[in-house]
Design a protein around this ligand. Structure first.
Ligand code: PEP
Ligand code: MN
Length: 275
């Protein structure tokens, strides 16, 4: 590294933790925020049901993908612009800000017109043109760690956004590839305190894509909060068995509500609150 560079992500040069405010939801403060909703927006009914259920259980933001980075081109690719509108309408009806993925520079303007947080998916963590373009606007960014990325690579990816002048960046751990096959990805819990020491940016955890199976999600979520995560992003579907993507790892509304009760206890145990 050039010795003269003082990276904007570094806590050393910015000791106070960054807070990212999205309406009434503040990430990076005492409260642990939970973003919840389906992997993908599928229909008006599905996203409204999901939004109402997660709001009732205490979630403070709604997630839902409209542009989906699917492994196979034959899998459901998301509803695109229509999905963004359905998500925004469902969020407004439930009183929740909305988080959704943007995959291409060309889609940024349309997505940010209706979304409160722009998610960069694991597969795009090092898409530098996308990161640079997100640095040119002021909507908060949720940057997910690539499945094979080191923490340094994650932090330098964040730097692309910060360097453009957008200081509203949150990091998200979603599991990495290891030799283990018992979970979809291996949740790197140790990365939470390491990132909290190295950067002032809020650190979120996605236990759903790490677990791959809904019965494992609550334990990973509790571990993340205990280890100091500033927030979670969790997949919840009104009818997971009928989901068009990631149903196996999606909680049903009742499972999500139970998990939220447990998380509240864990948050209190580490001197924080939930939501
Ligand atoms: C998602 O959040 O639905 C998603 C595709 O996540 P990731 O980029 O972490 O795989
Ligand atoms: Mn998903």
């Amino acid at each position: 590294m050039n010795a003269r560079i003082q990276p904007r992500f570094c806590r050393e040069f910015h000791p106070v933790g960054t807070r990212v405010a999205v309406g009434d939801t503040v990430f990076g403060g005492m409260a642990v925020q939970v973003i919840a909703g389906p992997c993908a927006v599928e229909s008006t009914g599905q996203i409204h049901q999901a939004a109402q259920a997660v709001a009732r259980a205490g979630a403070t933001a709604l997630r839902g993908g409209a542009y989906k980075p699917r492994t196979s081109p034959y899998s459901f690719q998301g509803l695109g612009p229509d999905g963004i509108d359905l998500l925004a309408d469902a969020g407004a009806a439930a009183g929740l800000p909305v988080v959704t993925e943007v995959m291409a520079v060309a889609d940024i303007a349309r997505v940010r017109a209706r979304a409160d947080v722009l998610q960069v998916g694991a597969r795009n963590m090092q898409n530098q043109p996308l990161l640079r373009a997100l640095g040119q606007q002021r909507t908060p960014v949720l940057l997910k760690r690539g499945m094979c990325a080191t923490l340094d690579e994650l932090l330098w990816a964040a730097e692309y956004v910060l360097a453009g002048g957008n200081d509203q960046v949150m990091l998200c751990l979603r599991g990495i590839r290891t030799f283990g096959t018992h979970t979809r990805n291996t949740l790197d819990i140790g990365a939470i305190p390491v990132l909290k020491a190295q950067t002032h940016l809020p650190v979120l955890v996605d236990p759903s894509h790490a677990a791959g199976k809904r019965e494992l999600v609550p334990a990973l979520a509790r571990a993340a909060v205990a280890a100091g995560a500033d927030g979670l992003i969790v997949e919840v579907h009104p009818d997971p068995d009928q989901a068009l993507s990631d149903g196996r790892q999606s909680l049903c509304p009742g499972g999500f509500a139970s998990m939220m009760q447990e998380l509240s206890t864990v948050a209190q145990a580490v001197g924080r609150t939930l939501g």
